[in-house]
Design a protein around this ligand. Structure first.
Ligand SMILES: [Zn+2]
Length: 61
């Protein structure tokens, strides 16, 4: 579950970019994704996005 936020200062956790329009998506696990990566996650199989989230959380912790 992702929530769309408007925050031009938040970087995407996946690619490190800031969305030029400041649109960023926050997951329940406080992973931030730009709209491009969000598209990738949405089209990816559930197993892949779960793996990705776990990887990103591992990096944060
Ligand atoms: Zn991104």
């Amino acid at each position: 579950m992702y929530e769309q936020l408007k925050d031009s200062n938040t970087q995407c956790d996946l690619c490190g970019m800031k969305d030029p329009e400041g649109i960023i998506y926050r997951s329940d696990n406080f992973i931030y994704l730009c709209s491009k990566c969000m598209e990738k996650i949405k089209t990816a199989p559930d197993s892949l996005s779960e793996t990705l989230e776990r990887t990103l959380m591992g990096n944060v912790l």
